[in-house]
Design a protein around this ligand. Sequence first.
Ligand code: AMP
Ligand code: MG
Length: 345
Amino acid sequence: MKRLGALLASLLLAGSLTACGGTAAQEMQSIQVFAMDTVMGLRACGGETEAALAAAEDEIYRLDEALSRTREDSAVSRLNSAAGGTPVDVGEELRDLIARALDFSAATDGAFDITLAPVSSAWGFTEDTYRVPEDAELALLLPCVGAEHVHLEEGTAVSLDQGTRIDLGAIAKGYASDWMAAIYQEHGITHGIVDLGGNTWVCGGNLEGEPWQIGIQDPARSAGALAGILEASDAFAVTSGGYQRYYTAPDGTVYQHILDPKTGYPVESDLLSVSILCDNGTMADAYSTALYVMGSAGAQAFWRTHGGFEMILITTAGQVLYTPGLSEKITPTEGSGYEYASILP
Ligand code: AMP
Ligand code: MG
């Protein structure tokens, strides 16, 4: 089992951490937070920096509690425990997030699916108790998987069919990053970077007035080795990939954490990673997971049909494919061995 923390390494240019804000020079301030099973790094400069970082930290802890399915007292756990029974009032925030998750399922033709929770547990990915379930066990669980088993009820209530469980792990960090952006804006932060572990939000540009540089992890190499660098300002960047979390069985077979909702097995993707860049963190997080499930051709077809985001696909065939909007923003890593090419519109 291997878990890599920050997958989009946030590369801060040397010298950019000194001052900002013209005459009223200020230091870039930073904090580290451990939440959602991840080490998170936040930096901010300009505006009410200390208050922004304190509010951001509180917010991350609040969301970690609210959205967790392993904490017994969370609204998600209450909903899961009540599956097959009466609807549960989960509150407006969670109901809205579940509604968005169901929309992402519909938009991605089921590739994104929050009801994979029991299947993920069967593989031990949630509880860190890895095993390979029998086909028969998965066959019993699969009938309870699917967006149709989640019902938005009156007001802020939600109900689940008997046997269905939800897990918001594939959008929780992206959703949290949307909150980070709102908090930074509220406190007048002008420059900053929020790295929630594979989910990055860059606020403004760097202190030299240039875009931030975001490292794209080379999925085939050790943590910190990059397949390229992406320039971005005021954007959300999220990466998903099997390499981020996987289990190697005693016979050497590798089972990775992103599951195919149709089979209950780890996705057999021709992708090593998908990075999405757009102006919404929740959407970027949902799409990075879903497009990984779709594979290279499916992801490209999805982008052509839906648009509204940029992406980088790293394929098992050794290609780094990027949408044309990134052609001026991506810097390939020399000597990486990858072939870099723009995706056809
Ligand atoms: P991410 O790292 O955002 O791609 O989310 C992956 C996590 O979401 C996994 O560790 C599972 O907990 C869960 N998951 C696995 N497969 C799917 C899927 N097809 N749709 C939604 N969530 C999934
Ligand atoms: Mg995701």
